[in-house]
Ligand binder design. Structure first.
Ligand SMILES: [Zn+2]
Ligand SMILES: [Zn+2]
Length: 325
């Protein structure tokens, strides 16, 4: 295949992948979850006594047609190319890790005397995968905020000045790859361990159980996390699960809210490690990272800003060390 045909088929594949997100039940923006999010938004609209029509409330032009939103849309499409080239071919690594994890336990402890039952296995496997994935997603998110060079990449997500469900996909390709490496490793280790415990019944467990929590999370308004709809949970629940408004607080440009509510599904990690902020304690918020929004108002700037910032900081350090010497 010549270069032109290859590029053309890559672009075709990328468009297909991008559009498939609206029909893939594992993806947050599947039409069903968009509809359930709208129903929850209607509830918020009603209880907030908003004067405008519901449609105007849900689709304000200044949010959906903002420069920031167009960066979200373009990164969402662009990242499909990254997924095809740098993630798709490596998903299989998860199964290799699982295979070798199982082998490792067999070598260490021999075959288990009795295996766990299917129902018990499905429940435990689903819980283990959900909790571990969520915990490591919290840890990596914390790292993204605390380690200077990682923050340069994660900043792209936070540079959104308006939020809509596609802001979820406004992440730098480098962060996208890190997140996928994390879930491939966790999937491999947990699946291998349960394959060992269940005398190789893991296929059934994966098929029957692994997505229950994820489905509930998506079904119950996950899309509102990146939106202007302030859906809050009752106080006690916000210690356990991150509500959409709690994630909006995570995007707040008020320094008081920096590095808070970093959990993905569970708020427990934030609670345990002192980074939790409850919805009740927060009033109006606005979003973004810099006073100068124009630094982040195009796809190109968002892709290259981190490299520019990191190189400048290295040059500054070199200059400084030379002037000291
Ligand atoms: Zn963050
Ligand atoms: Zn976010």
């Amino acid at each position: 295949m010549d270069y032109f045909t290859e590029t053309y088929s890559l672009l075709e594949e990328a468009i297909e992948l991008t559009l498939s997100y609206f029909l893939n039940t594992e993806k947050r923006i599947h039409v069903l979850y968009l509809v359930t999010s709208m129903i929850l938004a209607f509830y918020v609209f009603k209880v907030s006594n908003i004067k405008s029509s519901f449609l105007k409330y849900l689709f304000p032009k200044k949010i959906w047609l903002s420069k920031s939103a167009f960066v979200d849309y373009s990164l969402f499409c662009f990242n499909s190319i990254i997924k095809i080239l740098f993630i798709g071919p490596y998903i299989i690594v998860g199964f290799y890790i699982s295979f070798y994890t199982n082998e490792f336990f067999v070598d260490m402890f021999g075959f288990p005397k009795s295996s766990i039952g299917l129902t018990q296995g499905i429940i435990l496997y689903t819980i283990a995968l959900t909790v571990l994935n969520d915990f490591f997603s919290y840890i990596i998110h914390l790292g993204m905020h605390k380690v200077a060079f990682l923050w340069e990449f994660h900043k792209i997500h936070h540079s959104a000045t308006t939020l809509n469900p596609l802001t979820q996909y406004r992440i730098h390709p480098f962060e996208l790859i890190i997140n996928n490496v994390r879930s491939i490793i966790i999937f491999g280790l947990v699946t291998g361990f349960f394959d060992y415990l269940s005398a190789n019944q893991i296929d059934k467990m994966m098929f029957l159980g692994a997505n229950v929590f994820h489905f509930l999370f998506l079904f119950l308004g996950a899309n509102l996390r990146h939106s202007h709809v302030k859906l809050k949970y009752p106080k006690f629940l916000e210690y356990i699960l991150i509500s959409p408004f709690q994630h909006q607080i995570h995007h707040s440009n008020n320094p008081k809210h920096f590095n808070k509510n970093m959990g993905s599904k569970f708020a427990l990690w934030d609670w345990m490690l002192g980074t939790l902020v409850l919805s009740k304690s927060v009033g109006r918020i606005s979003f973004g990272v810099d006073k100068d929004d124009s630094k982040f108002d195009s796809l190109f700037k968002n892709l290259f800003n981190p490299f520019k910032a990191i190189s400048y900081s290295i040059i500054r350090k070199i200059k400084k060390s030379r002037s000291i010497n």
